[in-house]
Design a protein around this ligand. Structure first.
Ligand SMILES: Nc1ncnc2c1ncn2[C@@H]1O[C@H](COP(=O)(O)OP(=O)(O)OP(=O)(O)O)[C@@H](O)[C@H]1O
Length: 251
C-alpha cells in the first residue's frame, strides 16, 4: 500500500512497527480492512496477528507508523477511544461478567436510565426489551435474557459478546480467534453470526488459525509471517494449500 489507504478502507495502517524488548513483533506492516467486508488475518504462532490487532484498537501503542479509521488518520491512545470511534473488539478470553445476566452484560457501562425528577433510575424493562430486539436482529438464541451468562454455553457467550459489540453501534468488530474454544455446532453458529454481521454492513476483522474458516467467511485474507505482511489474497481465489504455503514460507 502506498500513500493513504484506499477509499474502501474502514480501518487501516501504514508502516506499523512494534517491538517488545528484543522481539520485533511488527515490522513495517501496512494493512487495510474494507468497509462491509470480512477481512481475515492469518499466520503462525507469534507471527504478529494479535499485536497488529492490539495496535489498531489502541491496546498497544506502536513504535512507528500510522493508523487510519474511516478515511482519517486516527491513532487511538487506548481502547476506549477506539470504541467511541466505532471499533469494538471481541477478545479470545471473553470479556463477559459471569455473575451478571445477559441483559446486564449487553448494557454494561451503557445502561438505559429514566429520569424521575432529580433521580436517574435504571430502566430495566426498556433494557430487557432492547436486549430481546438486539438478539433477535442477529438470530441469537438464549434461554432467557435474565439468565446469568455463566449458565450459557461457550457459543452462546461468544454470541452475546458479539451482540454487545454490535449493539453499541460498532462500525468495525474485531475478533481474535472467536471460535478457538468452541465445538463444531457452536463454531457453525458463530460463523453464521459473522455472516449476518456482514449482511448488515458491519465490517469484521477476523484473526483465525482455521484456514477453512477464513476461506468460508472472509472476503480477503492477509497473511503474516515473523511480524510482516507477506501476502494479501482474495478468499474466493485461494486454496487451503496455498494458505499453508504462505503461512509457513514454502510459497
Ligand atoms: N506483551 C508482550 N511482551 C513481550 N512479547 C510479546 C508481547 N506480545 C507479543 N509478544 C511477542 O511478539 C511476537 C508476536 O506475538 P503475537 O501475539 O502478536 O503473535 P500472534 O500471531 O498473535 O500469535 P498467536 O497465534 O500465538 O496468538 C511474539 O514473539 C510474542 O512472543
Amino acid at each position: 500500500m502506498s500513500g493513504e489507504p484506499s477509499s474502501e478502507a474502514i480501518l487501516a495502517c501504514k508502516g506499523l512497527s512494534k517491538h517488545f524488548g528484543g522481539v520485533r513483533a511488527l515490522s513495517d506492516v501496512s494493512f487495510e480492512a474494507r468497509r462491509g467486508e470480512v477481512t481475515a488475518v492469518i499466520g503462525d504462532n507469534g507471527a504478529g496477528k494479535s499485536t497488529l490487532i492490539r495496535c489498531l484498537v489502541g491496546v498497544n501503542v506502536p513504535d512507528d507508523g500510522e493508523i487510519f479509521f474511516d478515511g482519517r488518520r486516527h491513532p487511538f491512545a487506548n481502547p476506549d477511544e477506539a470504541r467511541k470511534a466505532g471499533i469494538e473488539t471481541v477478545h479470545q478470553n471473553l470479556s463477559l461478567i459471569d455473575e451478571l445476566t445477559v441483559v446486564q452484560n449487553l448494557f454494561l457501562n451503557r445502561e438505559i436510565v429514566r429520569r424521575v425528577g432529580p433521580l436517574a433510575l435504571l430502566d430495566r424493562p426498556a433494557m430487557k426489551r432492547e436486549a430481546r430486539a438486539m438478539l433477535s436482529r442477529l438470530s441469537i438464541n438464549v434461554p432467557s435474557v435474565s439468565a446469568r451468562v455463566r449458565r450459557l454455553s461457550g457459543g452462546q457467550r461468544q454470541a452475546i459478546s458479539i451482540c454487545r459489540a454490535v449493539g453499541s453501534g460498532a462500525k468495525v468488530v474485531v475478533m481474535d480467534e472467536p471460535t478457538a474454544a468452541l465445538g463444531v455446532q457452536e463454531t457453525a453458529n458463530v460463523e453464521a453470526l459473522i455472516r449476518r454481521l456482514r449482511e448488515q454492513a458491519v465490517s469484521v476483522v477476523l484473526v483465525s488459525h482455521n484456514f477453512d474458516q477464513v476461506r468460508r467467511l472472509s472476503d480477503r485474507i492477509w497473511v503474516m509471517r515473523a511480524g510482516r505482511v507477506v501476502a494479501t489474497v482474495q478468499s474466493a481465489e485461494t486454496t487451503g494449500n496455498e494458505l499453508v504455503a504462505l503461512v509457513t514460507g514454502a510459497a
